[in-house]
Ligand binder design. Sequence first.
Ligand code: ZN
Ligand code: ZN
Length: 477
Amino acid sequence: MAEQLICQRCRKEPATVVSRKERFSNDCFRKFVSQKQRKQMMSDPYFQDIFKVMYQDRFRTSKEADLQNMQSTVLVPLSFGSSSLVMLDVLNDTLTEQKTTQRGKTGFQVDLIICYQTTEEKEAFKELAHNIINTRYASNKEKFKFHLIDLDSFFSSSKDCLRVVALDARGATAIKANYSVEPSNSYNLKDLLNQCTDRTTREDILSFIRRHLIKKFASQHEQRAIMWGHSMTKLADETISLIVKGRGSEIAASMDCSKFDEDYNSSFKNLFPMKDILLSEIDAFCLVAKLDEFLYDYKPQDTLLIQKVQIINDTKYSTLVKNMTVNEIARKYFDDIEGDYSNVISTVVKTANKLAEPQSLLIEKERSKKCVLCFSNIYTNGFKWLSDITINEGVPIEDDAEREIFNEWKNSTIGNKTEGYNRATELVTAHSCDVPVCYGCIIIFNRIKERRLTWPTKSKSELEGVLDECVLTDDES
Ligand SMILES: [Zn+2]
Ligand SMILES: [Zn+2]
């Protein structure tokens, strides 16, 4: 065998993957990725406490140690994309290793949460979950529990807290959001998505709903941490996308792993254990570890593999750029530079990790400083900023010619739409109060039909609302 094809780590096995200018064999590459993930899992005493096997010591009796091992549960959102699957695989290896080296004991259990939108998705996820647990993870079966959650739970679990929120754009100097008291009882996710006028808005709303449900689930089930499978590439694309969407102030909070999540009862911390691993490395892991048979709607890239395993017909970017979401454009940029300029990606993530939340909230007089839509902190008055740079006041009609043109507009499609919107807003504003909305969500509102939507009010009872959950059991196949 030629010298250059030998793994540079073990110097024995043939090299199969090239990453960060180094050649790896299958085993050495899996170890390389796995170590990066495990390093994050041991990054501070809180997480060490979760994952390590506890024994009797001066703080706890042997019974207490066993109990702690049993009750130490993490929540893993699983999308059956490459990142969450690889993360799960490393967790499974960790459990196996603990069992062998710690006389059958393990330090933690894993709750898996799978969010689905349609019945077809639910069935497909169930089958994949069933397959993976009965084959690949069969020896650690008792450590994993699968929960399937309907995304519609966002509405169904918070029926009593639903309100209609509308953006009032007619007040010439200010744009206001208002709560009305009577939302329709049958309002669901489909209605909401039908109201979105473009893909970015749809995807943004869906990813918010998914994240909210996962965190709500964690706060209800006493998991100690949520392990998000975001790769370094994904975190970089999130960072840039948040900036583009006018949500830069959310970056620090969205990546924080040090504090308990205050918005969800402060009962868990968020962890991004894959944040040092590039997406191309995760995809390569997926292929060399033969995880690809469990993927759903995802094609791993073989860019780092020495022997290409498949011809990927690249339909991913066949979408016209103008139809791509902000996140897709950011992702395409990072995908394009991942090969030669991957240090740009780590610079973006490292910089994002250094950001802190602004010191003080700027809107002092508001009753609440949280956005009613995305629940994030508001630091800048987006309404004021927008009205300062916009002229909303129309010029009064002065003569018959102008009146004629106005009437023509009024009877046109756009005119009808505007009139309809004005009437709808009037209905909402009749019984309403002003509520805070962040700049990013003002933009979302403007891309929603009639600029109003039905949304749960963030409250204790909303957080306690029972989710439509289905637990995967053995007798289901
Ligand atoms: Zn090797
Ligand atoms: Zn918001």
